[in-house]
Design a protein around this ligand. Structure first.
Ligand code: GAL
Length: 712
């Protein structure tokens, strides 16, 4: 069994003299570490030459960890092949879009479609599995590492062949590919399978549906690598669960498709501590991971104690944030908190990435916080296995996001940013949310938000209508249903099959905040002022340019109090039967005065809302507040306390104060499992968790950047 709640990190003893292992293990025990990921980047050490293996050091590490009661998440080490592999078999090295073969000396230099890479990777996996199958420390397999992080595609001949096969499997005939890709445009029609090649460098805009298929293929090619490793492990070590670490909603792997083959979902997350919105990021990713696992607990497999080293400027976590964000992940469904990495490296590309044991050693704030978190996690272990019950869900679909990103126009809006902004509204309002794939059962939710589903199928439109029929509130955001299931433009009005449910037809799109590009302005590269000269420019000076303001006010149409601003994007809506207009906007335009922006249409037992713009925080907040009130969904806390995120998991309530001032949370009943003391001023920890106190309708003070956890 994997310990719950697991605490630990990537342990890379091969980077250090062997004598350090005993010291490491003593420190791990001091910190309460009970799970370490070993060997993520140790292929070159485990197999220094073809056919030559050195497991001696790993045997010792595994034995010692086990003797200390520390479980091992053993990595298959295949993420970073040794130099000999690339040297002997250049075909294992990926080729980039420009035809350049990427070299070794960094990491992840493998071509996902290389048969040689896979063969050699499986030799490594088999050797590890055979050697450690019966080792009592082995509790989980960590397959590869962050698939696709640096290399998610390769443009070599082997990948081309694999892509052709993938297309044959998906479409059966060349004609069908031609139809879906719309190859009559620009004379792209194919006549034979042999003509299909990966979309490497080309003169100008690429065929969008070709690109989306390429994205699907690349995700599938990586998934095939994962599955091949898992098959060996399942054969040799049945019962030992496997994981591979996701990176949130990382663009290049379709998490929903992958999740089905992952025993324990795990995630890596590195929000920027300099961003006041960083905790939203952790919340978003945690909710996504929990949802990928169908509600089961996940493991936060990587985060860091303080700063990363790969941003231009690397903010350190402020005192308390490491623990606070870790408890946040636990609150939202994590049964394990692990970091990259145990001991901060003394050499190599990540020397200045923080670790649990920093360069400064034990006499450091980092170490004090590492020990403090270990103790906090053990105080809240009662939450392990618990579920977060959400009544609201957000639809997220990687395939639609690919289609939207690959579409050329109508506007550059990143679908993930839109999804995150709606999630942020729920985060800020204290409402739990799950994520959903369009094929999932919508039945259990009172509220379903579709932030922006560019490519929409009739099946999903019917499912949404059925959910509303049965009482759900359905909120659909702009840029939904631009494409049909084939990835072709929705004819007859965007939203297509959703139009009857919403009572809205999108007749046209109109970005706002549009100014002429410098190259389209006269010589000099910039307009010489807001007004053209009526005397010398008598023609142009009489032309209005309506849509230049990027943000325009949203105005309540019926005195409902909804407000905020529309940013960057509007739609020309035709209101159909049954829909009422809640919010209008004059989109900085003489052409769309007082245009409908937010609509509401009762349907069956439920209601369908349409938001035909990209509202700002207030706009989204007002809409969601109105919808929540109608849907009867209430926040976790009866009174929202500024700075405090409240999350209930099972019967455990987490109060997480992200603010810089202490917060008092009233009307609480339960037994305190953990009461974090205020952050220590000078690199030490003050106070201990004051567990055991019982509250009955009383209040509790949650210190700044700290947490209180209650058993309800
Ligand atoms: C992850 C990776 C780790 C480490 C970490 C640093 O992408 O899996 O090995 O590089 O980032 O932030």
């Amino acid at each position: 069994m994997i310990p719950a709640i697991a605490y630990g990190g990537d342990y890379n003893p091969e980077q250090w003299p062997s004598a350090k292992v005993d010291e490491d293990i003593a420190l791990m025990r001091e910190a309460g570490v009970n799970l370490v990921t070993v060997g993520v980047f140790s292929w070159a050490v485990l197999q220094p030459q073809p056919g030559v293996f050195d497991f001696g050091w790993l045997d010792i590490v595994m034995d010692k960890l086990h003797a200390a009661g520390i479980a091992v998440d053993l990595a298959t080490a295949t993420a970073s092949p040794p130099p000999w592999l690339g040297h002997l078999h250049p075909d294992t090295l990926p080729v980039n879009r420009d035809g350049v073969r990427l070299g070794y000396g960094s990491r992840q230099q493998f071509n996902p479609s290389s048969a040689t890479y896979l063969r050699e990777a499986l030799v490594m996996v088999r050797a590890l599995a055979e050697r450690y199958a019966k080792h009592p420390a082995l509790k989980m397999w960590h397959i590869n590492n962050e698939y696709g992080c640096h290399v998610h595609e390769s443009f070599d001949a082997e990948s081309a062949e694999a892509f052709r096969q993938w297309l044959k499997d998906r479409y059966t005939t060349v004609e069908e590919v031609n139809r879906v890709w719309g190859t009559r445009f620009w004379s792209q029609q194919y006549s034979d399978w042999a003509e299909f090649v990966p979309p490497a460098a080309m003169p100008t805009l690429a065929n969008p549906n070709m690109m989306t298929d390429w994205n699907r293929f690349c995700s599938d090619a990586l998934l095939a690598c994962y599955k091949a490793e898992k098959a060996v492990l399942d054969e040799l070590t049945p019962g030992i669960p496997t994981t591979t670490n996701f990176m949130g909603a990382f663009a290049w792997v379709d998490g929903w498709k992958w999740a089905a083959d992952i025993d324990i979902i795990s995630n890596d997350s590195y929000p920027d501590p300099s961003d006041p919105r960083a905790a939203r990021e952790f919340a978003f990713e945690s909710d996504l991971m929990r949802s990928l696992g169908g509600g089961k607990p996940f493991i936060q497999l990587e985060q860091t104690t303080s700063a990363v080293q790969w941003r231009a400027r690397n903010a350190v976590k402020r005192p308390g944030q490491y623990k606070l964000w870790s408890l946040q992940a636990v609150a939202r469904g994590a049964d394990g908190i692990c970091q990259f990495q145990w001991r901060q490296s003394a050499s190599g590309a990540e020397t200045f990435h923080s670790g649990m044991v920093p360069h400064a050693g034990k006499a450091s704030r980092t170490w004090a916080e590492v020990v403090e978190l270990g103790s906090a996690l053990s105080s809240v272990s009662a939450v392990a296995g618990g579920r977060v019950e959400a009544q609201a869900a957000i639809v997220w679909d990687w395939e639609s996001a690919w289609a939207q990103r690959n579409a050329i126009g109508p506007v550059e809006i990143e679908p993930l940013t839109i999804a995150k902004s709606w999630h942020a509204t729920f985060f800020e309002s204290g409402i739990a949310t799950d994520f959903l794939h369009p094929d999932h059962d919508l039945g259990k939710y009172k509220l379903i938000v579709v932030p922006s589903l560019f490519q929409l199928s009739e099946t999903f439109a019917a499912a949404l209508a059925q959910a509303a029929e049965q009482g759900a509130h359905v909120v659909v955001g702009a840029l939904t249903g631009a494409l049909n299931a084939d990835g072709h433009a929705q004819l007859g009005g965007y939203l297509g099959p959703l139009a009857p449910l919403l009572g809205v037809r999108v007749v046209d799109y109109a970005p706002i905040g549009v100014t002429p590009q410098p190259t389209e302005i006269e010589a000099g590269g910039a307009l010489d002022g807001p007004d053209l000269d009526a005397v010398y420019e008598p023609i142009s000076s009489l032309v209005k340019t309506p849509a230049t303001r990027a943000s325009v006010p949203l105005v309540a149409a019926d005195g409902s109090g909804l407000g905020g601003n529309a940013i960057g994007w509007v739609e020309e809506l035709e209101i159909l039967d049954g829909a009422g207009v809640l919010v209008k906007a004059t989109f900085d335009s003489l052409d769309l005065p007082g245009a409908p922006a937010v609509t509401r249409r009762p349907h069956g037992q439920g209601v369908a809302w349409y938001v035909g713009t990209n509202p700002d925080a207030r706009g989204r907040g007002d809409i969601i507040t109105a919808v929540l009130a109608e849907a009867g969904i209430t926040a976790v806390l009866p009174v929202q306390v500024p700075g405090v995120e409240a999350v209930q998991r099972g019967s455990v309530l987490f109060l997480l104060n992200h603010g810089d001032v202490d917060a008092v949370v009233p009307q609480l009943s339960g037994t305190i499992l953990y009461h974090g003391a205020p952050p220590a001023p000078a690199g030490q920890v003050t106070g201990q968790p004051a567990g055991g106190a019982v509250l009955s309708g009383g209040s509790v003070t949650v210190a700044a950047r700290n947490a209180v956890v209650l058993q309800l």
